[in-house]
Design a protein around this ligand. Structure first.
Ligand code: SF4
Ligand code: SF4
Length: 359
């Protein structure tokens, strides 16, 4: 499809939300719930987190009211909508017949998601392709609208993982907010029809030029890791360096926050419960490989020491996913850095692995 750019202002974003809601879709985006930055349903432009900026650093997150600021994300990602933290799997009553739980398949649109989170959905699509519950939720997504990251945060490294700051595929509409104007482009025929409904004009040349400049600068800012090939090779070579992994994980307390906030972590455990009325149910809830109990099997433990669990997390993200699904499992969103209570910076760890290997 030849690239066509359209221009509007932020009211066009509100119109796009109205069009999607007019089609009976729940529109889900990053939004504020009181003071909490969450991922949930929005009804209008007012609900989007425009006018706020998230200032992120290792173990640090501040939400700042800033009309000219740029909001990236919080601990919530679209994973909450597609692979919820807790999900009913089976229900059973006195007859002991277990029936699969109903999955909410109300149609939805993901709106304004960042390119790293779009890339995370591609990872989940591959990993969970045979998971009926994920597939049912994923099939309910009728449109994906992406907001390109004109201003990556200090913890972001999507430029290094090739997952941002611009969106490269798998979306219907992408937009970038640039100095009071909004530049739109379509990523699918359906997206193009949506943009035609907005009745926007073709974007002027100066806006497209500005977009190219801003995205180039954003790419530079978010490319703080060594080249990905070097990272993968160094991580593979480092696996046996126990002393190195003990040292880089020395501050880790095994809380598994990094697993919980990561948009590509998908592991779950099962919980069975019954009540006095004779009803029982099985649920699954997110579980993380950094937790001690994750590695307990039949009285044994396959990663008893914390450095083993941290090493597994990092190698899984960059090496094992690549082997299993042909994509890195890290999309460079930086959430595990911000929400790690000990301020462990995955970008720094990975850079140290490369310098350790070449040193
Ligand atoms: S490992 Fe960290 S930076 Fe990478 S995708 Fe997960 S949360 Fe984001
Ligand atoms: S790396 Fe940080 S967030 Fe992850 S388990 Fe260790 S202390 Fe918790």
């Amino acid at each position: 499809m030849p690239m066509r750019y359209f221009a509007g202002d932020s009211s066009a974003l509100g119109d796009l939300i109205s069009i999607l809601r007019g089609r009976g879709l729940a529109v889900l985006s990053y939004r504020l719930w009181g003071d909490l930055p969450v991922f949930g349903e929005v009804e209008s432009l007012r609900d989007l987190s425009i006018g706020y900026s998230d200032v992120q650093g290792p173990a640090s997150y501040r939400l700042v009211r800033d009309e000219r600021g740029f909001f990236r994300h919080s601990y919530y990602s679209p994973k909450y909508a597609l692979h919820p933290p807790i999900q009913d799997i089976y229900e059973a009553s006195n007859g002991l017949r277990a029936v699969p739980a109903r999955v909410d398949t109300a149609p939805m649109a993901l709106f304004g998601i960042k390119p790293c989170d779009l890339a995370a959905i591609e990872v989940l699509d591959r990993v969970l392709e045979s998971d009926d519950f994920y597939r049912a939720r994923r099939s309910a997504v009728a449109y994906i609208v992406v907001e390109e990251c004109v201003e990556p945060g200090d913890t972001c490294f999507c430029g290094s993982t090739g997952t941002g700051p611009a969106a490269s595929g798998g979306f219907d509409v992408a937009y970038a907010r640039l100095e009071g104007r909004v530049l739109f482009r379509a990523g699918s025929e359906r997206g193009l029809r949506l943009l035609e409904e907005l009745k926007l004009g073709e974007a002027p040349g100066d806006l497209v030029e500005r977009y190219d400049e801003v995205m180039e600068e954003a790419r530079r800012k978010s490319s703080r890791l060594p080249p990905l090939d070097a990272v993968i090779k160094a991580l593979e070579d480092s696996a046996a360096s126990e002393g190195f992994w003990r040292e880089v994980s020395a501050r880790c307390v095994g809380c598994a926050n990094c697993n919980m906030v990561c948009p590509t972590c998908f592991c779950t455990e099962f919980i069975d419960s019954a009540d006095l009325s004779g009803r029982a149910r099985r649920q699954r809830q997110w579980f993380g490989c950094l937790s001690y109990t994750y590695g307990q099997v039949a009285g044994m433990h396959f990663r008893p020491e914390l450095f083993m669990r941290y090493r597994h997390f990092v190698l899984h993200k960059f090496v094992f996913y690549q082997r299993q699904i042909g994509l890195p499992g890290c999309v460079g969103c930086g959430r595990c850095i911000t929400w790690c209570p000990m301020g462990i910076d995955l970008g720094e760890v990975v850079s140290r692995v490369v310098s350790h290997g070449s040193g």
